[in-house]
Write a protein that binds this ligand. Sequence first.
Ligand code: SF4
Ligand code: SF4
Length: 380
Amino acid sequence: MERFNKSRVILMPCRDYDEEEIYRQLQVGIRLLGGLEGLIEKREKILLKPNLVRKAEVDRAVITHPAVMGALARILREEGYENIICGDSCGIGTASRTMAGTGMERQMEKYGIPVTDFSHPVKVDYPQGHQAKQFVIAQDALDADAIINVCKMKTHALERVTGAVKNMYGCVCGLQKAKGHTLYPNAESFARMLIDLNQLLKPRLYLMDGIVAMEGNGPTSGDPVKMGVMLLSADPIALDAVFCRLVDLDPQMVPTNVHGMQYGLGTWKTEEIEVFTPDGEVSMEEAVSRWGNPGYRVDREKYGKNIWNALKALKIFQKKPYIVEEKCRRCGICVESCPVEGKAVTFKNGRENIPVYNYRKCIRCFCCQEMCPHKAIEVK
Ligand code: SF4
Ligand code: SF4
């Protein structure tokens, strides 16, 4: 917002994960954003923060694609940035183990970028937070001068979508992430906390991999869908709003957009956003008609206030996680991931049967659905 009259979002069309094409598009995209030098000084320490939520094959669209990370790393090196690391705190496992075998580890090695597992947590007071007054954050994220958030275009059971704003949650260390769900147990409070986190860590740049996105039962059990775009911006709310427009979701339905704008992180309003492609400026309408996908499967249900909220408070019509028996392999990861004391999902009927939910205890954080490695949990 400071550098241009409006929040600028660059839409870079990419048919597939061809490394050269991504590199070329990204080069132009960065130029259209005013160049890296205006955003990051050469002497500064850069942290690349991909989405490495958990181990999965690259073509399942769970994690940021290695080709996008490689193209970004190449540009940074060519522009003379020397002090670069890459890290994330995954839902399960470490960043190095999660990226092993995906090709991302080879990209990082090729450009001499060390991978950090965010294993040193630091308690940080944040009295100015609107929702969160304290975080337990990875030392490496705090030590970085400039974070580049390289997120993935996906659906999310709690926040409808996960993009630029939500990806920063990976800077919160290990089990503290699960604890966060008990401290901020609904979509609104969780979104406000995410805004605080973005304002505390202040990433300089947000890049979204939407070449193949995830739709449906995201953020880890959905289906890959070709969207053919990357988005780049210094304003994470504008970037997520463009993502919403492309998939025919009202940006105001996403709590991170609403609270992000309310607290000054950015704007979701179309009239305050300018969309550029390598061929020049396009209206939001044109961007949607050329690169949008109205059939993208995402929760577009309107939850009204008043009576509906009262029913939700009684947990009658809230979304719930369900286990699909035929898909469940009784691995127990859902039980381990549940942050509720005493667990809201347990092997009540023994390990030979599927886990059972106690919906009275369940806070609907959907950590179990996010972490199930066998796509066995659906949210309805
Ligand atoms: S994580 Fe998924 S597969 Fe494993 S026990 Fe839970 S529902 Fe079944
Ligand atoms: S059962 Fe699942 S959705 Fe419910 S609190 Fe536990 S992890 Fe969250």
